[in-house]
Design a protein around this ligand. Structure first.
Ligand code: ARG
Length: 467
């Protein structure tokens, strides 16, 4: 007696199964709830594949056109919200393929010739991530432009520079902002680096070993704007370095944004009062009426944690995985998606907020004046008078101790008071003890002198213009 054919839960691979997949297992193994996010790239890849199959005479021109038209209709249905995603169809790939077959019949079943979901999904994520990178790059550039323009307008604003969060030497606010920009400049180049290395087409690797059809990998690579096809089929379907690299870029970027956030939080506090953040970037307290909290920088600082988590998730996902594709790889998507979303949102928030910073110049100046920030200048002055640096360091240390006891900054002491510590000190000392003199004297490439800051800002803007 013939066994009744087993109910097929999945038309793409149900053939060898004797019982349907358990309901929970179907839900547990499905990715369609999240991988539908790259339906557009899936269709783009399928169209390129169908065109290539026609060039290779595996499909007729009529079959190719039916497939392309069908896929375009499906794309329109997805976009209008009409398309019904099915969990038993597991993922975006099989949902779209099943819809195509339903639409155009047997020809739809030919699309998967010479292809596997393994090279298909690798292609899709690369295309998707490349699109995301191309959207994130310009937001980063917008942030940098706003930051550099603010730096140029704050080139003369004096604030304390810190080491160990203790007042160290006076710097200009513009110089501080340009330090931030350097971090972002490296982030931008890391992002482009990631894009450049990911831009090779895995399509044609099929399941893992390649395919027996006369495919043209160069053709699909070009059709999808990849620089070239990948070299090795096993590596093509198992490589997720690009996702790790993107998350590494994201983690470093978020680390930078968190450092900036921390400074913004400090600077807006009643203890520092270096800047104002406009109300639209802050929120109040439901109990303390006086509060204006710097929520945006705080939240960006906090979101660094989840992005770092995604990097670790992907590194751990790939650790010890044998070649080639393993179902583990389905777990690459959610961390990557969330890293992309978080980074995009944080960059947008920063790009909007940074140009709106209002500096409180008097408070910054006062803070720089209070902390003996020109002590190094006095030491350098004494070296100029022929005293060895270690000795001048000692002399200035004693002057500072006196200043602390007398509650006087160096620039507030009289010439006689200063001369108690060295007879080499004369009236010209006051040129170097002023904050303006101190910053202006650091007049070399990378220094904090206003003239250098203005020139550095111009160079930084010019780099943005050639992106
Ligand atoms: N949904 C799968 C993923 O995201 C697609 C590839 C499935 N391949 C397979 N051999 N089961 O990785």
């Amino acid at each position: 007696m013939n066994k009744p054919s087993a109910p097929k839960t999945n038309q793409a691979w149900g053939g060898r199964f004797n019982e349907p997949v358990d309901d929970f297992v179907a839900r547990f193994t499905a990715s369609v709830n999240f991988d539908q996010r790259f339906y557009r790239q899936d269709i783009q890849g399928s169209i390129a594949h169908a065109k290539m199959l026609c060039e290779a005479e595996v499909l007729t021109a009529d079959e190719r056109d039916q497939i392309i038209n069908g896929l375009q209709e499906i794309e329109a249905q997805i976009e209008s919200g009409e398309f019904v995603w099915s969990i038993p169809l597991e993922d975006v790939h099989m949902n779209i393929e099943a819809a195509l077959t339903e639409k155009i019949g047997i020809v739809g079943k030919k699309l998967h010739t010479g292809r596997s979901r393994n090279d298909q999904v690798a292609t899709d994520i690369k295309l998707w991530l490349r699109d995301q990178i191309d959207q994130i790059g310009p937001i980063l550039t917008r942030l940098q432009r706003g930051m550099i323009e603010l730096a140029a307008s704050e080139a003369n604003t004096i604030m304390p520079g810190f080491t160990h969060l203790q007042t160290a030497q006076p710097v200009t606010f513009g110089h501080h902002l340009l330090a931030w920009n350097e971090m972002l400049e490296r982030d931008y180049s890391r992002l482009q680096d990631c894009r450049q290395r990911l831009n090779q087409s895995p399509l044609g690797a099929a399941a893992l070993a390649g395919t027996t059809y006369p495919i043209n990998r160069q053709y699909t690579a070009e059709a999808l704007s990849f620089d070239k096809p990948t070299e090795n089929s096993l590596d093509s379907v198992s490589d997720r370095d690009f996702a790790i690299e993107f998350c590494a870029f994201s983690s470093i970027l978020m680390t930078h944004l968190s450092r900036m956030s921390e400074e913004l939080v400090l600077w807006t506090s009643a203890q520092f009062q270096f800047i104002n953040l406009p109300d639209r970037f802050c929120t109040g307290s439901s109990i303390m009426p006086q509060k204006k909290n710097p929520d945006v920088p705080e939240l960006v600082r906090g979101k660094t944690g989840r992005v770092n988590g995604h990097l670790i998730a992907l590194l751990t996902l790939m650790k010890s995985q044998p070649l080639a594709y393993n179902k583990d790889n389905q777990e690459d998507k959610e961390p990557l998606f969330d890293a992309v979303d978080t980074v995009s949102d944080c960059l947008r928030a920063f790009a909007d907020m940074i140009p709106a910073i209002e500096s409180r110049k008097d408070e910054m100046y006062e803070a720089a004046r209070r902390g003996f920030s020109t002590a190094t200048d006095l030491a350098d002055y004494l070296v100029g008078k022929g005293i060895a640096f270690r000795d001048s360091h000692e002399i200035v240390g004693k002057s500072v101790a006196y200043g602390i006891a007398e509650n006087k900054d160096l620039s507030e002491m009289s010439l006689e008071e200063l001369q108690q510590f060295s007879s080499e000190i004369s009236a010209d000392v006051f040129d170097v003890l002023t904050l303006e003199g101190s910053v202006a004297a650091r007049d070399h490439l990378g220094g904090t002198a206003p003239a250098q800051v203005k020139a550095a800002a111009q160079r930084a803007l010019a780099k943005l213009d050639i992106r």
